[in-house]
Design a protein around this ligand. Structure first.
Ligand SMILES: *Cc1c(COP(=O)(O)O)cnc(C)c1O
Length: 350
């Protein structure tokens, strides 16, 4: 007979998620979207936060449109919102995906004539249509807009995606003009162009629906969003060992930090396998209240050593928070705010 092991104790690391801040960020972006409604990009497990936390919080704040990238990502979202409120950005790769889309009632985002054909062959029905206006990534080329297959589609949202919304780039006006041309050329219910940064480019970019992602989760992709977006995600980890160093002791792999004087240090259960990448070696810090506890030496796979000089009260079993303000974290590591969220590892309970 197989005996069940007891419930494991809680992990020594966790993601503190401020759901009220997530909701406030959605409300702020919805207000900045003017007459358009703000939806939400929730691909990649809601940018690493966890769909099961983010989608119900966004739904309760009033969000009605959710975009994922892969078909498997639609399944957890369906636990919280209706099928008609979900779109799958990667569209249809084959007939199997088309029949799966029909079966669950989630809209594919059609990105090519081939995808249009697959959808119509599967029976068609409401879909979204992505047109490429200059990013040259996913989307129907403008030259295919007049193809009779496109006229057969029942297009709910006509989308395009901006390449440089976070910059003052001439490409923004070019893409806007092409998107407006596409709106004239194809029958549709709603039109959508702006991601988080695109929302700040003005009413002409809003259409009927905006699709913020990063700013919902506390990222600030452009100066115009500064002061309007609150931090949402804060990784936390437990101190699993505390030790006393003497002057001359070195810390961690390759001994890249040497104690200049006696000091008390702590080892936390967070490392690069958790998404706290080696880019933070010798740079990051933890917070205990508002006390800064700098990272010493290299980040390891499962552990990071921190300076406890300013927090003599902390002991094994106590928790510290990672200083994870996204714009500052990106500036100090060279990682993007998107990478800082989506690399957070699987050991964080979600
Ligand atoms: C990821 C994504 C978004 C959200 O972009 P952010 O820059 O995170 O706001 C919007 N639209 C599409 C098509 C996307 O792929």
């Amino acid at each position: 007979m197989v005996t069940m092991p007891p419930e494991p104790p809680p992990a020594a690391l966790r993601l503190a998620i401020d759901e009220a801040a997530l909701q406030d960020n959605w409300r702020a972006l919805d207000a900045l979207s003017g007459k358009a409604a703000a939806g939400a990009a929730v691909k990649a497990d809601a940018y690493g936060l966890g769909v099961d936390v983010a989608v119900p919080a966004l739904r309760d704040a009033g969000c009605r449109d959710f975009y994922v990238a892969h078909w498997v990502e639609a399944i957890p979202a369906l636990g919280h919102v209706s099928a008609g409120s979900i779109g799958v950005l990667h569209g249809l790769l084959n007939a199997q995906e088309a029949s799966f889309a029909k079966a669950i009632g989630v809209r594919p985002v059609i990105n090519s004539l081939r995808q249009a054909r697959l959808w119509l062959d599967a029976g068609g029905g409401p879909c979204d249509l992505m047109v490429d206006t200059g990013i040259n990534r996913l989307g129907l080329p403008l030259t295919d807009l007049g193809n009779p297959l496109i006229a057969e589609l029942a297009v709910d949202v006509l989308l395009s995606h901006l390449a440089s919304a976070d910059e003052d780039s001439p490409l923004n006006a070019v893409q806007l003009a092409r998107w407006n041309d596409a709106r004239q050329a194809v029958a549709h219910q709603r039109a959508s162009l702006a991601n988080s940064a695109g929302i700040t480019l003005g009413a002409a970019f809003h259409g009927d629906l905006t699709r913020p992602g990063i700013a919902l989760y506390g990222g600030i992709p452009c100066p115009a969003l500064q002061g309007r977006i609150r931090q949402v995600v804060r990784p936390e980890a437990a101190l699993i060992q505390v030790r006393q160093l003497v002057a001359g002791d070195s810390v961690g792999y390759n001994a890249t930090f040497t104690a200049p004087a006696p000091m008390r240090v702590g080892v936390i259960s967070l490392g690069y396998a958790d998404g706290y990448l080696r880019a933070w070696s010798g740079k990051g810090s933890m917070l205990s209240g508002d006390r800064q506890l700098p990272v010493l030496g290299r980040v390891s796979m499962d552990m990071t050593v921190i300076d406890l000089s300013s927090a003599p009260d902390l002991a094994e079993g106590d928790w510290v928070a990672v200083d994870y303000d996204l714009p500052r974290a990106a500036a100090s590591t060279g990682l993007s705010q998107y990478e800082l969220l989506t690399t957070l590892g699987r050991r964080f309970p979600r």
